[in-house]
Design a protein around this ligand. Structure first.
Ligand SMILES: [Zn+2]
Ligand SMILES: [Zn+2]
Length: 336
């Protein structure tokens, strides 16, 4: 628990696995005259709840003092504890309307997984590899497979609203890409931005083509990066790792990363068409850390790698560099 600037506390809450996003999520408590605003809630689990309770007590805040909860997006590390907090706080919960539309599909995890499996199969992932991944994920991360259905928000956001609390007036910025209704909160006078998973200091936020994403999530994401790049910001309050300075260079770095990934992927289909699965097998992963071969990726990471490859391929389809066709029930991509 740290005071990042006067009036804003950073609380770091544990995630069910140390393997994901360095093992914790950041939630921010903003103090007002008539109650506090909590931005993001953490993962629904006893360790995260106990940690939140303890850190709030350390700064003399109680659940009853939280009058507003705003979530940057619906992912469980940011939103799944909201349901329990709603029972304890007098807070109204706000979420972007496109995330609210996902509440129903996130409630039926079985259906969501089935849609994901079908998408993987038509993109060339062999059935036995998929079932192996699911079995290994259940064995290695049982706590992550316990899924808490998300709660419906009280208020929906569209972008452009101003959320005032104490000395702060946050402008809601709609920043789709990582999730369709992802938002950032920008405070122009204090020159801070609460960035959720849109911008992290060293991790490149994952952009996947999934059953509920838009047709071109990577294209949306790059547009959202360009939209926040010119903002006057001294401090980025990110959803993972630590708050950092230097919004512009970080945005540039992420855009550059995706450009490079696009050219690496394009190279693999210059000579002949391939499935997203075949492409994901050929390229190096986690390039920022020197690169990891496909065979050395953790099972869950292999599925994310195929979804990420698809997001890149679809963005290049939108820009006309790539085409796709199906043979039997399998989709192939080729350079145009
Ligand atoms: Zn996320
Ligand atoms: Zn996250």
């Amino acid at each position: 628990m740290t005071e990042v600037i006067p009036g804003i506390n950073l609380l770091q809450l544990p995630l069910p696995s140390r393997d994901i996003l360095m093992g914790y999520v950041n939630v921010y408590l903003i103090h007002g005259d008539n109650g506090c605003l909590l931005v993001d809630t953490g993962w629904e689990s006893e360790p995260a709840f106990d940690s939140l309770k303890r850190q709030l007590a350390e700064i003399g805040t109680h659940f009853e003092d939280i009058s507003q909860i705003v979530a940057t997006h619906i992912h469980p590390d940011h939103y799944s504890l909201a349901g329990r907090l709603k029972q304890l706080c007098p807070a109204k919960i706000a979420l972007h309307y496109l995330e609210r539309d996902l509440v129903e599909s996130y409630s039926d995890i079985g259906k969501l997984m089935q849609q994901g499996i079908e998408r993987m199969q038509i993109n060339g992932v062999p059935v036995d590899e998929l079932s192996q991944v699911l079995t290994r994920m259940r064995a290695t991360h049982p706590e992550m497979m316990k899924f808490t259905p998300p709660v419906l928000p009280d208020t929906t956001l569209y972008g452009g609203e101003v959320i005032s609390v104490g000395a702060f007036s946050f402008k809601v910025l709609w920043t789709p890409g990582h999730s369709p209704g992802h938002i950032c909160l920008y405070e122009p006078t204090k020159k801070i931005i609460i960035s959720g998973d849109h911008i992290l200091p060293t991790i490149t936020p994952i952009i996947e083509l999934r059953p509920h994403s838009s047709d071109n999530p990577l294209g949306d994401y790059i547009n959202s990066l360009n939209a926040v790049k010119p903002l006057d910001v001294n401090l980025v309050l990110s959803g993972h790792e630590n708050p950092f300075n230097g919004l512009q260079p970080r945005v540039e770095g992420i855009i550059q990363h995706h450009k490079q990934r696009n050219s690496v992927i394009l190279e693999t289909i210059k000579a002949k068409p391939k499935t997203a699965y075949q492409i994901a097998n050929e390229i190096l992963w986690i390039p920022d850390q020197g690169g990891v071969n496909w065979r050395d990726l953790a099972p869950g990471d292999k599925i994310m790698a195929v979804s990420e490859t698809l997001a890149h391929l679809e963005s290049m389809r939108f820009s006309g560099e790539v085409d796709k066709f199906s043979k039997g029930s399998i989709i192939y991509y080729q350079a145009t």
